[in-house]
Ligand binder design. Structure first.
Ligand code: SAM
Length: 290
């Protein structure tokens, strides 16, 4: 996969060279290009913004700068590749498993789209909420470009025009407003790259993550068995894998029911899951009455 990021703060994207992403770069599974938008600015001050038509506060990013930047990056004319920050290649993580096969997720392309076009992700609070399903689908992409807005955002014609050479997604990472698109890009890039087949050595790591089966993951514990008077649940040290699996499933259901009950409506629940939820609801009702 190749990721290109266009930004006025290239140094903000340095985390893309570290840890798992740095390792993916080193393994040749990922290339990352970070491009300073100002190189496409043509005036003496290298300005990238101007006042909004119709008045109002703030500045809007200029189409004459963004248009050529997106043309050039779509055509892969501008390299600017990041080097991995750490030499990881010969140091497998402790949880990596020998012989784990890389397995791709289903591809997300609507029927009328030309999937040969690169994917352009435009982070914006007005976009469609980013989800684990998007991360999974985009982990199959060959070329993803991120356009990082600042100020009041990018002139809308840039997004409309880009649809001629990209598949465009305007995406929000949550119902709050950041200063710029760089942090949103880091969030999305990290969620996508860890799902590229082969990037996580142990495939089970993400198959059991929150949202993969529509539920939140339950709590995790490590050594020591007792810490500050708090003990690890007995079942986890019982050596009985069947009981551990049942306990983990129930903890996932319990946490989802407590924190994100709306997820339960879309999750695939079997007879035992439904009985467990019904029991939780019964107990809650009894406590409410008492
Ligand atoms: N005026 C815009 C609005 O009200 O929708 C907010 C612009 S914000 C100050 C500047 C930039 O930060 C946006 O262009 C976008 O790139 C990024 N940004 C801010 N919040 C975001 C969010 N929740 N998700 C994704 N990107 C966001």
């Amino acid at each position: 996969m190749r990721l290109d990021v266009i930004t006025i703060f290239p140094e903000y994207l340095d985390p893309l060279r570290h840890a798992l992403l740095g390792k993916a770069i080193e393994q040749g599974r990922l290339e990352v290009g970070v491009h300073d938008l100002r190189q496409w600015a043509t005036d003496a001050h290298k300005s990238v913004d101007d006042s909004p038509f119709g008045g109002g506060p703030g500045m809007v990013m200029k189409p004459e700068v963004w248009g050529p930047a997106l043309d050039s990056v779509a055509a892969r004319e501008s390299a600017a590749n990041l080097e991995s920050a750490l030499p990881h290649l010969n140091r497998p993580r402790h949880d990596e498993l020998e012989g784990v096969e890389a397995q791709a997720y289903a591809v997300d392309a609507t029927a009328d789209e030309d999937s040969d076009l690169p994917l352009l992700i435009v982070p914006t609070p007005t976009g469609k909420p980013f989800s684990q399903a998007d991360a999974r689908a985009w982990s199959n992409e060959e070329h993803i470009v991120f356009a990082c807005g600042r100020y009041e955002g990018i002139d809308q014609r840039v997004v409309d025009d880009a649809a001629r050479r990209y598949r465009v997604r305007e995406v929000s990472i949550g119902d709050y407003v950041l200063i710029g698109g760089e942090v949103a890009t880091l969030v999305i890039a990290e969620a996508v790259v860890r799902l590229i087949p082969g990037v996580l050595g142990n495939k089970r790591s993400h198959e059991e993550d929150s949202f993969s089966d529509g539920l939140l993951e339950g709590p995790s514990y490590t050594k020591p068995r007792e810490w500050r008077g708090l003990a690890v649940p007995d079942v986890l040290t019982s050596g009985n894998h069947g009981l551990v699996d049942t306990w983990r499933r129930e903890q996932a259901l319990l946490r989802t029911w407590q924190r994100r009950p709306e997820l339960l409506e879309a999750a695939e629940l079997d007879k035992d899951d439904k009985a467990f939820i019904a029991q939780l609801e019964k107990e809650a009702n009894t406590q409410g009455e008492g």
